[in-house]
Design a protein around this ligand. Sequence first.
Ligand code: GLN
Length: 479
Amino acid sequence: MARLEDLTLFEAVESIKNGEIEKEGLLETFLERIRRLNPEYGAYITLNEGAAFREGGDGTGGGSIEGAPIAVKDCICTKGIKTTCGSKILKEYVPPYDATVVSRIKAEGGSVIGKTNMDEFAMGSSTENSGFFICRNPWDRERVPGGSSGGSAVAVSARLALAALGSDTGGSVRCPASFCGIVAMKATYGLVSRYGLVAYANSLEQIGPMTRDVRDCALLLNVISCQDPKDCTTIPRGKEDYLACLGRDVKGLRIGVPREFFGEGTDPRVEREVWNGVHELEGFGAIWEEASLPSLKYALPAYYIIAMSEASSNLARFDGIRYGTREEDEGLNWEESFSKTRGMNFGTEVKRRIILGTFALSSGYYEEYYLKALKARTLIRKDFERLFKDFDVLVGPTMPTPAFRIGEKVEDPLEMYMSDIDTVSVNLAGIPAISVPCGFADGLPVGLQIMGPPLGEGKILTAAKKVEEGLGLNLRPPV
Ligand code: GLN
């Protein structure tokens, strides 16, 4: 049998069920690996040493991920376990409740093994904006793992967890998945509850599974997707079994390849591997055709204006009084106290976004920026709608380049924002997208992005599974 840490989530759960392995042993394997390897990778901020399983499936022990230790991004609330959002301002915050996704994991017999490193408040694409320490890519430790869910991607790729949850506001599960050679999905807006996810830009974000393979992604999506009375934006609908989509074939599947996804700045090695993935699908009987998404050129500015505007409002509550660490403020009036606490505990990128977002929402500029961005958002959504009349799925690169070097972009925020060019439009349109490994560029993983119409998760999982099957890549990072 494979080493315990190499089992997929699906395999581990099966092996526990069959009595081939014990859940305590599996958990201890991961805890031991984290203690030994985390100093090197920086994947976890908090380890849940006391992780324990309760019998899932309503106490019968019949949960669908019975015995599985899952890593959870540190902006998702976990009862009794520190939830910092990668920020000094929340360094001591211990939530009194579980996010709905965490309750779902527990209800299915899984447990939270630890909380993963991230860009502060999920703002970034490299995890270098973490308020605590950076995180390293297991394929090349001088490179970033991507972000903002970098810690979750590293935990999965370096075998420090069976699977993980991340959050995706503009690409934050797909980007690190692409850079670390794993699978991750941002589902349709409203498929997964955001209750207990600390908000960055709530009209854009979804919590998503980050896993070693497509089957695990479907399994974890089964666990976390649900209509939730605590999040009124969740979609009322029956449960779909995403695992059932994996065996379907792609004969006759219509694939659109929007040329705008291969614009300036796309690494030719990425382009090559992405086409390789498309041809793999073609080999299974899918039909591809070039397509066009002209409004993609508005995606980055629209995304950043909307995300920063929402962030400036969402982060107002961290003032040391309502939420967050409070600095010594004797003799200060409340404005001075707020400023001191926020000035000392927010990092540079977070401050930049609060300032820009406040500006975009201020009177006189609101129409010029925020409102215009909303209009661009509508154009983008309509562009996708038009394409989904002709195509079942759209494909392109997840990221325009493979993982970049630590320090390469962190001093130049615009450079960093540009790397999100292929991911943000999906969040603006509210549609689902998956990143699945499709090859390597000089030893660094490359991700293929498959996008679908609203609630088209089944279709994109089917297609992703075929890519994975056809390519049969070895995705264990070098030791
Ligand atoms: N890189 C994007 C940003 O910085 C996306 C982050 C995310 O999805 N949380 O906003």
